[in-house]
Design a protein around this ligand. Structure first.
Ligand code: PHB
Length: 395
């Protein structure tokens, strides 16, 4: 090959590279490349179904916009976090460093969230929390790049105590898994129940994700409370509902819970869940056009019924769409991106909610009763519940 031909060939290669964007300046490339979204969710273990529902909901929100974010195509990356806190930092780092995601969507388990949170604070990557309610993420360690679309662990239970006392259940036993979510759900329960005049006669617990409930159920029977209140979720919640009924406790003791107890598990729990009362920011039976359309579209797309996790995933998508549209897809424009998401109002299947200054939803809590495998709304337990956001100072 002559020198001239070599030069021409090289030039052609350079032009080719430029036209595919390889040699464009960084800012131009950021506009034309795909937005990289990383799902860090549980796809195995007791919370596996929760992870799937969140991802489904998120994808549904984007699909309603032609699958784009601020006009840009989207590429997805996935890591199964196994609800294992020991691998939290490593898994989040993999998505940020190796996959170079622009936004991390995750996760379910509060302990794993702390790993994601460290990586988000260290790297500044946009972190959207579609479930895990760990308080500190929107309290003392709140951050401009971290937004939660779900709840804090004590939000649902802050609405529980009064509802229990109004039904004359004055003596209660609390039971949960011993980890952040259970401890913090207890915090809300203790405050609302004792302020309403209730007495907590015993606090019981077992390690996450243990489901050997028998000895604890025997202890509950001997304590003979008016009510049991609890935090369990996913596969473990279905097992708790079945074991509680199988031990005959549902005949004389009213079971209450943070609403996760009866989310996505009603087929697995069957009649054992009938009559259980919970407080939660969503209900299948919300009689609004928004919820009905969401439920129909979700069922048609995924051939399964949505639950609160699907709604939270969907709302995470809606929030990101709001942000991305405001910056026309330039997610590097962080001040404008965060400004659009901070204080955003989300038109959710759960009802409209607003993002607080600490980046956590301010939302109504419904009182629900399980009837025929459905969480039926029987009232609003508390309107516009906001987390106290103790110690949050946005940098
Ligand atoms: C949590 O660990 O924060 C958590 C897990 C499952 C739920 C709710 C909260 O359903």
């Amino acid at each position: 090959m002559t020198t001239r031909r070599l030069v021409l060939t090289r030039s052609a290669a350079v032009i080719g590279a430029a036209s595919t964007g390889l040699l464009l300046p960084q800012f131009a490339r950021a506009q034309s490349d795909k937005v990289r979204v990383g799902f860090m969710l549980p796809y195995t273990g007791t919370f596996a179904q929760l992870g799937v529902a969140i991802e489904n909901g998120f994808r549904m929100a984007l699909n309603e916009q032609g699958g784009k974010l601020g006009g840009r195509e989207v590429e997805f990356f996935k890591v199964d976090d196994e609800s294992n806190p020991a691998k939290g930092i490593e898994n989040a780092t993999r998505l940020v460093q190796r996959d170079k995601v622009d936004v991390l969507v995750g996760t379910v388990h509060s302990g794993v969230q702390m790993g994601i949170h460290k990586v988000a604070r260290d790297t500044g990557v946009l972190s959207l929390i579609p479930n895990a309610g760990v308080h500190i993420a929107t309290r003392a360690q709140c951050a401009p790049n971290v937004f939660r679309t779900s709840f804090t662990n004590s939000q649902p239970t802050l609405a529980l105590g009064k509802a229990m006392m109004e039904r004359g259940h004055k003596k209660a036993v609390w039971i949960t898994w011993n980890y952040a979510a259970g401890e913090e759900a207890y915090e809300g329960f203790e405050k609302s129940y004792t302020e309403a005049g209730g007495t907590i006669i015993k606090k019981l617990g077992l390690p996450f994700p243990n489901v050997e409930f028998q000895a604890l159920l025997t202890e509950i029977a001997s304590l003979n409370p008016d009510a049991v209140a609890c935090f369990f979720a996913g596969g473990g919640a279905a097992k708790f509902l079945r074991d509680f009924a199988a031990a005959g406790l549902n005949k004389n003791i009213q079971l209450y819970g943070s609403g996760f107890l009866t989310e996505g598990v009603l087929d697995a729990a069957g009649p054992a869940a009938d009559g259980v009362l919970t407080t939660m920011h969503y209900s299948d039976s919300l009689d609004t056009p928004r919820n009905k359309k969401f439920r129909l579209d979700y069922a048609k797309t995924f051939r399964m019924q949505p639950d609160v996790y699907a709604v939270q995933g969907y709302d995470t998508g809606l929030l990101l769409i709001k942000g991305a549209n405001a910056v026309k897809g330039d997610l590097n424009n962080k001040p404008a991106l965060y400004a659009a998401m901070n204080g955003a109002e989300i038109d959710s299947p759960r009802g409209k909610w607003k993002m607080s200054a600490a980046h956590n939803p301010i939302q109504d809590m419904y009182l629900r009763k399980v009837e025929n495998k459905e969480n039926k709304v029987i009232g609003i337990a508390q309107k516009a519940v906001a987390d106290p956001a103790t110690g949050c100072r946005m940098a």
